[in-house]
Ligand binder design. Sequence first.
Ligand code: GLN
Length: 494
Amino acid sequence: MSLIERSASDLLGLLARGEASSVEVTQGFLDEIESQDAQVGAFLRVDAEAALRRAAEVDRRRQAGETLGKLAGLPIAVKDVLCDNETKTTCASRMLESFHPPYDSTVVAKLKLADAVLLGRTNMDEFAMGGSTENSAFQVTRNPWDLERTPGGSSGGAAACVAAGMVPLSIGTDTGGSIRQPAGLCGVVGMKPTYGRVSRFGLVAFASSLDQVGPLARSTRDAALLLEAIAGHDPQDATSLDVPVPKYSATVDRPLKNLRLGIVREHFASGLDTEVESAVRAAIGVYESLGAEVKEISLPHSKYAVATYYVIAPSEASSNLARYDGVHYGYRTEQIDDPDSLDSPLVNMYRQSRAEGFGPEVKRRIMLGTYALSAGYYDAYYLKALKVRRLIRQDFDAAFVDLIASPVTAHPAFKLGAMADDPLAMYLVDLYTVSANLAGLPGISLPCGFSSSGLPIGLQLQAPPLAEETLLRGAHMFEQATDWSDSRPPAAKD
Ligand code: GLN
């Protein structure tokens, strides 16, 4: 088995035992990026020189007998939405095309502290708004299983680079499904932790009460390893939870005894692709054969989840994105004077900068959110949505199971462009994922089968708040009993 086919956990073992150097491992993945990424388009930027320099430094420190961090020498990719003071953070937006953050986000700082080798920055939907990565202002990312199809989004680059074997681990963010959904569509493991488990300090905000950072990996064990490195209390994020972080990687392979697995009645309604349904039902059968007690539960308010999300997320976005005014930072128009306008040059400059800096989906969200928050509509939309959000959370609290199994998306990956003219259809793709964000729960997506045309199908597991350990152990049990996670896409070489 070549180095790049190894799991992150294996690679750490090889590195620790001196059987491979970080420079060799890093070069192996850089070569893979070189041969595949012209086709896949997962990376917005790769800094090979900086990565090799960091790898050589880790090798040197290892040889000198220094104590190294948990991910020492391991290459990792980061979604281009987390600040890093050594590179730009663009959020795949013209607005931030030349933005160099003056500080590190806590997640990036933790990765550096863990001595990981940061390889590059991955593509995404602009400001993480979308589910196909087609809303990036810079490039399209393709699904490594079928280059005509979407990798999902908004962390499409993060999922595609792991699926294609261009990197063993990556960091994504999930506001309404953006880690789990691309993980499902690309056949990798992706996890959204409990809201507050991972610091949002230095994460460029989309919808602050929903945003959460999490790992993408080729296996549950590797996801556990990465989560362990990035989780934990951070006084710089007021919503960060001050609770100890379990050693996920040490317990991940302990099977769960007496597992109560909930199946949501409302999830298997019309609209669910039959191949997805049978793969998810077969996965539930696997749990039964492993001794789980399968219970049918009801989440009666889940039918309002998409509508609730698409009021709350755009409302928060419209407020968060007000900071991009052409003055503080980001893009500024050249056209400050508008002879046809009665407004002052300052107002023209604000308007023009935002008109040129944001793409159409971001503008749509800002308009939706501004509308929902405006006087006279606030009570009818925003406040109502907050109340429904509470009911959605109460449904989960009343369910009394250890884990809930469901599809991740109703269909496997769709063709690029298929939903370009239909934003509502695109929003409905989030049906199974937004509830975890609204309720603040952890959720994971893992491979559970393939469609007849060879596209990956994902299984979603959700758990009560802070039960990431149960979630990872439950996912690992399935991975051990099946071999879906072992399949790799045909390499996308030119
Ligand atoms: N698809 C959802 C949206 O467009 C979720 C995005 C996300 O999780 N960042 O809002």
